[in-house]
Design a protein around this ligand. Structure first.
Ligand code: PGA
Length: 246
């Protein structure tokens, strides 16, 4: 049995006070029967690390640079994140692909940079509504994942994958458990062809996961937890989703 992972993607939300309350609310609800992680914005990562010290709740970043170091104004390297205990980094979120023009190869390079420092990349893939309507879902997610598989090569089994249909993110319109499972099965098969670790890898679903739909999504054979946006900002909702995972 794969252990499930529930990761909260806080996006560009939060403040000292709101974060402290949210982290306290999550920490108080421990223990969980699944892996739990939060991904606050960069300026708040070190205080999240302090707030979570001694607990088994992990933390991650929402992005990283593909570069080691250097003249890259505004960027944050994985070495910096790793220095104070970062466990995960989300790469290739559809908002970064759409608003920052991130290519499949850049996403793959970021995933590689993360693994090189022992930080687990959560690699997001997902189709737009137009792509789904055109019957391109499978081709799109396979193309996105394939770039990462090739770049990571023998380390491909060490990433976490997140399937996030773009049309389900922040829209309240979630993929049905069957729709999500069908894509997860495609991704699992693609991973099996690339790595002997595929059956141990976590493939998360993301896109309007809420307390009332989490359990049925997580009951699907190839759904190993969730990447949670809006519902990760309320401790009660996030905790309920973690409980649904185990
Ligand atoms: P959502 O976001 O849960 O608000 O739909 C998920 C994500 O973008 O990771």
């Amino acid at each position: 049995m794969r252990r499930k992972l529930v990761a909260g993607n806080w996006k560009m939300h939060g403040s000292h006070k709101a974060n402290a309350d949210l982290l306290a609310g999550i920490a108080q609800a421990r223990p969980f029967g699944c892996d739990v992680a939060v991904c606050p914005p960069f300026p708040y990562l070190s205080e999240a690390a302090v707030a979570l010290a001694g607990s088994d709740i992990r933390w991650g970043a929402q992005d990283c640079s593909a570069h080691e170091q250097g003249a890259y104004t505004g960027e944050v390297s994985v070495a910096m994140l790793a220095e104070f205990g970062c466990r995960y980094v989300i790469v290739g979120h559809s908002e970064r692909r759409a608003y920052h023009g991130e290519s499949d190869q850049l996403v793959a390079d970021k995933a590689k940079a993360a693994l090189a420092r022992g930080v687990t990349p959560i690699v997001c893939v997902g189709e737009t509504l137009a792509q789904r309507d055109a019957g391109e879902t499978e081709a799109v997610v396979k193309r996105q994942l394939s770039a990462v598989i090739h770049t990571l090569a023998h380390c491909a089994g060490e990433m976490v994958v997140a399937y996030e249909p773009v049309w389900a993110i922040g829209t309240g319109r979630t993929a049905s458990p069957e729709q999500a499972q069908a894509v997860h099965a495609v991704l699992r098969a693609q991973l099996r062809a690339a790595t002997a670790h595929a059956d141990a890898m976590q493939i998360l679903y993301g896109g309007s996961v809420k307390p009332d739909n989490a359990a049925t999504l997580f009951a699907q054979a190839d759904i190993d937890g969730g990447l949670i946006g809006g519902a990760a900002l309320k401790a009660a909702d996030f905790v309920a989703i973690c409980r649904a995972a185990g």
